[in-house]
Design a protein around this ligand. Structure first.
Ligand SMILES: Nc1ncnc2c1ncn2[C@@H]1O[C@H](COP(=O)(O)OP(=O)(O)OP(=O)(O)O)[C@@H](O)[C@H]1O
Length: 248
């Protein structure tokens, strides 16, 4: 069974290697979302997430809401394995695709085709799997002869098309998204949307952060409302959306 469990997950971002009170106060005045503290080594830290406990089981579609700086991105990143928790643990059962920062890790000096190989390996594709999917990825990207050119010669949209085509070629069991991913020009966006809908509908667990009530209510069964890195409310999508958006 596909599942994800977070137990008391805390994520700290060390800011200064100092015990200075005045610096701490300065940082304190900057921080709107996270809380300020210090870790055992005496570093001043911004606490991006604090003691988040969350269990997701097969079939669940989780939406994340909260003001800027409330911890949504940090939570998505720690779930995706981009950040390691400073405290607590995460247990994941299932093949996970994270569509946050899809261009990260694309090598500008390598060609499009080489990047498909590099990214494929990073995403855990087996050699055979990649060979089977290569033509499909190339065709979906619509990059044609550019696939033999270094990626630094691509426009931003072309780079995103490449990254999107690779990242979405395999149906995950757990899908993580930050807002609805829109890439490319009109024609590409249309087919990218279709592919995303397909992935979203077939994934066993969905996690999506968004500021859009519509998107959340349409796609989610459950919503977690984050505030200052902590879970303020966790419940069925409609109820939490009403509580959150009702006050804004
Ligand atoms: N790399 C970092 N270094 C230091 N502090 C960080 C870092 N990333 C996030 N933070 C802090 O952690 C807190 C949570 O930020 P996060 O980006 O998770 O919020 P968010 O809910 O995704 O906001 P938004 O809606 O603006 O995307 C904020 O206080 C932020 O300043």
């Amino acid at each position: 069974m596909t599942s994800m469990h977070l137990e008391n997950v805390t994520v700290d971002f060390p800011i200064y290697n100092t015990r200075s009170r005045s610096l701490k106060n300065q940082v304190m005045s900057l921080a709107t979302g996270g809380t300020i503290g210090s870790n055992p080594e005496g570093h001043v830290v911004i606490r991006g997430l604090e003691n988040v406990t969350l269990s997701l089981k097969e079939g669940e579609r989780l939406g994340l809401i909260g003001h800027n700086g409330s911890g949504k991105t940090t939570l998505l990143r720690v779930m995706s394995g981009v950040y390691y928790p400073s405290g607590g643990n995460i247990t994941i059962n299932g093949k996970c695709t994270s569509l946050i920062n899809i261009s990260l890790g694309i090598d500008p000096e390598a060609t499009g085709r080489e990047n498909i190989g590099i990214r494929g390996a990073l995403l855990g594709f087996k050699k055979k799997e990649l060979a089977e999917r290569l033509a499909e990825i190339e065709e979906f990207s619509e990059l044609g002869n550019f696939l033999d050119m270094p990626v630094r010669t691509y426009s931003t949209g072309m780079q995103l098309r490449l990254a999107f085509s690779i990242s979405t070629v395999i149906q995950p069991e757990i899908l993580i998204m930050d807002e609805w991913l829109a890439t490319g020009d009109e024609g590409f966006q249309h087919k990218a949307n279709e592919r995303l809908h397909d992935l979203v509908n077939k994934t066993k667990i969905l996690i999506i952060a968004s500021h859009s009530r519509d998107l959340l209510v349409k796609n989610c069964t459950r919503i977690v409302w984050l505030e200052h890195g902590r879970v303020k409310m966790d419940g069925d999508a409609e109820t939490v959306a009403n509580a959150y958006f009702g006050h804004h």
